[in-house]
Write a protein that binds this ligand. Structure first.
Ligand code: SF4
Ligand code: SF4
Length: 68
């Protein structure tokens, strides 16, 4: 099992991680706005993550960390 963490301060809400996740478990948190004024990404189902790292590699701001 993996744990996906997003550094909300670095996220700019571009949605690239949402698009690339093969499990469809990344989403923009519409209930949260970070200091930059963006809705940050969040993992909606940690148990479903297969630790493929696609989201972390895609993120242009290196905001995602995958812990195995
Ligand atoms: S590591 Fe892979 S499966 Fe897990 S949230 Fe990122 S893109 Fe999705
Ligand atoms: S790819 Fe990075 S900057 Fe873009 S929404 Fe995902 S975590 Fe945020």
């Amino acid at each position: 099992m993996a744990y996906v963490s997003v550094d909300k301060m670095f996220c700019k809400g571009c949605g690239l991680c949402v698009e690339v996740c093969p499990k469809g478990i990344m989403a923009l948190d519409m209930d949260t706005i970070n200091a930059k004024g963006y809705h940050p990404a969040v993992c909606t189902d940690q148990d479903a993550c297969i630790a493929c790292m696609s989201c972390a590699l895609m993120c242009p701001d290196v905001a995602i960390t995958i812990e195995r």
